[in-house]
Design a protein around this ligand. Structure first.
Ligand code: UDP
Ligand code: MG
Length: 307
């Protein structure tokens, strides 16, 4: 019998772990696979760990990875994948925004449909603040223009993979992880399932706007160096413009005199150039900082205990 590993990263999910277990259990009963459920407790400050331990008493197929502090969802997903023994691995949010009811359908695609992976995306973003949806859409447009592989707009981390694909994902050991990009980058035959956005059963989202913004930058910097090339292109454009403008000034001064006029244009040019330079210094800085962090080779997370 095949083994299915279900990984769920939890950070302050005391209100949702019970619902999660119930729903997942119901879905598993419809499959004829063996299973393990891996709760990755990402440094929760509430009773998440206690809740998971209680569940573990009921079901010995539950495993708990307890982090020494909060390392973020990406680290938690990685820890889960490293620990998973399954022939198939699925990653799911604890808040039931990734409906476990889809599991049987997903399994048929990887078991009999010839797919290596089944991914999901939301067709709507109902229940999400409009401004957040707007920036999310912009992000997908922007990143897809720059990278070689495609990240589907609204793609979730909810994904079922076979062993082959999980092993490929595990080979990418980068510190700044952006799973949506990693899953697309490793390739493999993927079936996309769509579903309507579901709101979380309880509790609150752990992602502030700022955290998402930083995550978006991680995604771009982690998967493309196009922004660096933009610096080169902008530099070439601005210097050509400067050269033409210089010719114009020389001709104007020769034929019409009046060398003093043009103070406002001077200010405009200085601020414009200063701005562009700072912007690109910042972009270069982003890449440098990422390189610096990678070069330290720090572990991505620290496990306190595995139960
Ligand atoms: N999560 C985590 N570590 C974090 C933040 C979130 O493990 O630092 C988990 C969280 O417990 C949940 C999943 O990641 O299972 C998705 O988080 P959330 O529902 O807050 O994000 P949203 O669905 O709003 O994007
Ligand atoms: Mg959620």
């Amino acid at each position: 019998m095949a083994l299915l590993s279900i990984i769920t990263p939890c950070y302050n999910e005391e209100e949702t772990v019970d619902y999660f277990y119930d729903e997942v259990h119901k879905a598993i009963l419809k499959l004829d696979t063996d299973y393990e459920i891996i709760f990755v407790n990402d440094g929760s400050k509430d009773k998440t760990l206690e809740k998971c331990l209680e569940l573990k008493k009921l079901d010995n197929k539950i495993k708990i990875i307890n982090f020494s502090r909060n390392f973020g969802k990406e680290a938690a997903m990685l820890a889960g994948m490293r620990e998973a023994k399954g022939d198939y691995v699925v990653i799911m949010d604890t808040d039931l925004q990734d409906p476990p009811a889809l599991l049987p359908e997903m399994m048929t695609y990887v078991e009999n449909g010839g797919y290596d992976s089944v991914a999901t995306y939301r067709v709507s973003r109902k229940g999400e603040p409009p401004i957040r949806s707007f920036f999310a859409r912009m992000f997908y447009k922007l990143i897809n223009k720059m990278i070689d592989v495609e990240i589907v707009d609204g793609a979730r981390d909810y994904r079922l993979m076979n062993r082959n694909m999980v092993d490929a994902v595990l080979k990418l050991g980068e510190y700044h992880r952006f799973s949506k990009g990693i899953f697309a980058w490793v390739g493999f035959k993927t079936k996309y399932l769509e579903y309507e956005n579901v709101e979380r059963v309880a509790g609150e989202t752990k992602w502030s706007f700022w955290k998402l913004f930083k995550y978006a930058i991680d995604g771009i910097v982690g998967f493309t160096t196009v922004p660096l090339r933009l610096a080169t292109i902008a530099g070439a454009l601005v210097s050509s413009f400067g050269f033409i403008y210089m010719l114009y000034i020389v001709v104007k001064a020769l034929f019409f005199g009046d060398p003093v006029a043009g103070f406002p244009s001077l200010i405009v040019i200085i601020t414009l150039l200063g701005g562009i330079q700072l912007l690109f210094l910042g972009i270069i800085g982003e890449y440098l900082a990422k390189t610096y962090m990678e070069s330290k080779k720090r572990p991505i997370y620290i496990v306190k205990e595995i139960l």
